[in-house]
Design a protein around this ligand. Structure first.
Ligand code: FE2
Length: 445
């Protein structure tokens, strides 16, 4: 196994940069390492592309990226979903310039080549000009190219630009159950993305966000300015006997105690995946919505509903590209742009068959927490930006991940558990990062 990689500029010693309990600052700052991450992680592993509800009808498309590659999620007239490179087979122009839409066909804006939504070539203007040449309309290269692999798990579409590797279900492993729980919370057993998207750019490396999602040592510090203030304002304005409004139910738990977050716990799996919470989380004490509980019980029966609601996870990370909160039906997507630039998208889901109040609560959550123009989220963004600046300095070369090292609990089948204050989530992500970076795309665990 080679540990030294010649990036074309200089050798990168992956073994040295990502050690079992510390990581070198250059993994957050180096453009060469960023390019290598795109090649060996993002353009090899399974990356979240979109949700099936974004292309419910034939002709619908959704444009996004896998690493540096522009792609389209489409629904063809055969009812199937496809993931295509957003590139005309002729002279390479992007077929689609906007984010989403519905069309009869994909027509290139440059020379008018027309394609079906499965990528197959429909027609070329003055096609006879190619008669007798080496160009063949039946040549697969005349079509829009498909991602080598794409698959859906209960409506969540992932794609891989590698021909080989574990299938999606195997790769998801222990975190597939977080998707299960989010979908099972819908009385009709299905989700729909709706309510718009917050899409914002961070001037920092993509890994700060994905690490922070299961960093349970930061909320009670970072979010004092938003959550503690919300608690204080509510106490003064409402008095002790008035029930807390939904906004306070959402904001207050961010400044729970260290022991509260410790008890939530951390769960880690292969390929860098993991979740925090489980038996309880910051979402566990939201007010009941009786109409929703009735819809769930009539769909599944009380015993099953109790099982579904007993799973109350905080963030689940599908490393490296996606995170969900099943208990509040939100999802955040990571799109790396450069070593110090990342786009984060924040989406909300409707639980099919649930009253509108559930969707309103999800949107309220995103407005309050995930929006870059409100509370909580900007606290984190400030911390990421300060990390980026600090790690670009020569103050020290290392970022520590030592907390509770060697004290993990092995639950079998690749499932590792630690209390919430452990650095387990970071060590687990870098175990996968290192394997991807050294093995050219395949995590070796
Ligand atoms: Fe935070």
């Amino acid at each position: 196994m080679a540990t030294l990689i010649d990036s074309g500029h200089r050798s990168i010693d992956i073994d040295h940069l990502a050690q079992s309990d510390k990581v070198h600052r250059s993994v957050y700052t180096s453009p060469e390492i960023f390019e290598l991450e795109m090649e060996r992680i993002w353009e090899k592993t399974w990356v979240f592309v979109g949700h099936e509800s974004q292309v419910r009808e034939p002709g619908q498309y959704y444009a996004t990226r896998i690493g540096r590659q522009p792609v389209l999620l489409t629904r063809h007239t055969d009812g199937e979903i496809y993931v295509l490179f957003n590139r005309c087979a002729h002279k390479g122009a992007q077929l689609v310039g906007d984010c989403s839409g519905k069309v009869k066909e994909l027509r290139c804006c440059y020379h008018g080549w027309r394609f079906n939504l499965d990528g197959s070539l429909l027609s070329i203007p003055l096609e006879g000009g190619y008669d007798g040449t080496d160009f063949g309309k039946d040549d697969p290269q005349a079509n829009m190219q498909r991602a080598p692999r794409f698959d859906s798990y209960r409506g969540f579409v992932f794609a891989s630009l590698a021909e080989d590797g574990p299938d999606l279900k195997t790769w998801l492993g222990g975190v597939a159950s977080s998707i299960d729980n989010m979908v099972d919370r819908a009385p009709e057993g299905d989700l729909e993305i709706t309510g718009g998207v917050f899409r914002y750019e961070h001037d920092c490396n993509w890994k700060f966000f994905i690490e922070n999602l299961n960093d349970l040592m930061h909320p009670m510090v970072t979010h004092q300015s938003s959550s503690l203030t919300a608690r204080a304002v509510a106490k003064k304005a409402l008095g002790a006997d008035t029930p807390a409004p939904a906004a306070i139910e959402i904001l207050a738990p961010f400044t729970e105690s260290y022991s509260f977050f410790d008890n939530m716990g951390l769960h880690a799996f292969d390929y860098g995946h993991g979740y925090s919470g489980g038996k309880t989380s910051i979402h566990a004490n939201y007010s009941d919505v009786p109409e929703y509980n009735e819809a769930m019980e009539s769909a599944y029966g009380k015993e099953r509903v109790d099982e579904i609601f007993a799973v109350n996870r905080h963030n689940t990370v599908f490393y490296p590209s996606a995170t969900i909160k099943g208990a509040i039906q939100t999802m955040r997507i990571v799109r790396p742009i450069a070593a110090d630039k990342t786009i984060i998208e924040s989406w909300t889901f409707r639980l099919k068959g649930a009253p509108d109040e559930l969707l309103r609560r999800s949107i309220l959550y995103c407005n309050l927490i995930n929006s870059s123009a409100n509370l909580v989220g900007p606290d984190d963004q400030e911390a990421y930006r300060r990390q980026q600046i600090g790690l670009e300095s020569q103050g020290s070369d290392w970022v520590a991940m030592h907390r509770d090292a060697g004290r993990d609990e092995d639950l079998g089948d690749g499932h590792i558990y630690a209390k919430g204050s452990s650095d387990l989530a970071f060590r687990n992500q870098y175990r996968a990062w290192k394997a991807y970076m050294m093995n050219g795309g395949q995590s070796d665990d």
